[in-house]
Design a protein around this ligand. Structure first.
Ligand SMILES: Nc1ncnc2c1ncn2[C@@H]1O[C@H](COP(=O)(O)OP(=O)(O)OP(=O)(O)O)[C@@H](O)[C@H]1O
Length: 247
């Protein structure tokens, strides 16, 4: 099986700070791949390089064997790369359902095609499916801004899946979320992964969440890959423990 994502020799410095120092890894189709590391280890810099938000100094990124290193976020989205942000991206005045529909509309052809499409652009069914999966059916006609932070986070995550991306990059999906909701998010992501065979890359500080959700985990320390392994392998690695306790 060929990897869906290959990152080769990625480097990025900010002046004298070498934030990412030659990172390489592969994500396989259908895999949930976690990225962990102490604060300042370069996770966000690596993510933003993969998402076309910053330009890496060196290295290449491939999606299904095709180079995507210098594509911008919109081009990446058209190639089937979805993402969530650390901060919420929902439109507060729009209903939950409309937020989901709008999130996928940019993939729906030309302006003229969209103008003559049904009012929900034919995306209502998919929105309702995700709304059910994320347990937010009871609030789907409410303005998203009226929801609790945790519910808005669910809407935000669901939005990333509306365009049926082949690869989704999730940036700290549990940040600021009530601990009771954390295991729910893991369950919903597992379900989506099984239903759609999508691949996910997840940066997250919540270790229990990462260990529960991910098939493999990359541990990043000081801009380098310390190890890639299964949750059990990561848990058993003394170097990893030291890196965390030492941070
Ligand atoms: N725009 C920037 N300008 C200068 N230095 C930066 C910039 N962004 C990040 N850095 C530095 O690069 C290093 C890696 O930061 P980065 O945010 O990528 O790490 P991180 O692992 O995502 O951290 P955290 O877990 O705290 O989000 C740090 O030393 C950070 O201070």
């Amino acid at each position: 099986m060929n990897p869906i994502l290959s990152v080769k020799g990625l480097k990025k410095s900010y002046g004298a700070i070498q934030a990412v120092r030659g990172v390489s890894f592969e994500v396989m189709p259908g895999e949930i791949f976690g990225v962990i590391g102490p604060n300042g280890s370069g996770k966000t810099t690596m993510f933003n390089s993969m998402l076309g938000q910053i330009t890496p100094d060196e290295g290449q990124i491939f999606l299904n064997g095709k180079e995507i290193t210098h594509l911008n976020p919109q081009q990446l989205s058209m190639q089937g790369v979805g993402r969530t942000f650390q901060t919420l991206q929902v439109f507060g005045n729009m209903t939950v359902r409309d937020n989901l529909i709008v999130a996928a509309q940019e993939h729906r052809g030309t302006m003229m095609q969209r103008l003559f499409a049904p009012s929900d652009s034919g995306l209502g069914g998919r929105a309702d499916e995700l709304i059910d999966l994320f347990n937010i059916a009871h609030v789907k006609h409410k303005p998203a801004g009226a929801l609790s932070y945790g519910q808005q986070k669910l809407v935000d995550i669901a939005m990333a899946f509306m365009s049926e991306p082949a690869l989704v990059l999730l940036d700290e999906p549990c940040a600021g979320v009530n601990p009771r909701l954390v295991s729910g998010i893991a369950r919903m992501l597992k379900e989506l992964n099984q239903r759609r065979q999508g691949s996910f890359v997840v940066i997250e500080h919540n270790m229990d969440f990462v260990m529960d959700l991910c098939h493999r985990i990359l541990v990043m320390v000081e801009g380098e890959v310390m190890m890639v392994g299964t949750p059990a392998e990561v848990r058993a690695n003394k170097q990893v423990l030291d890196a965390y306790l030492g941070s």
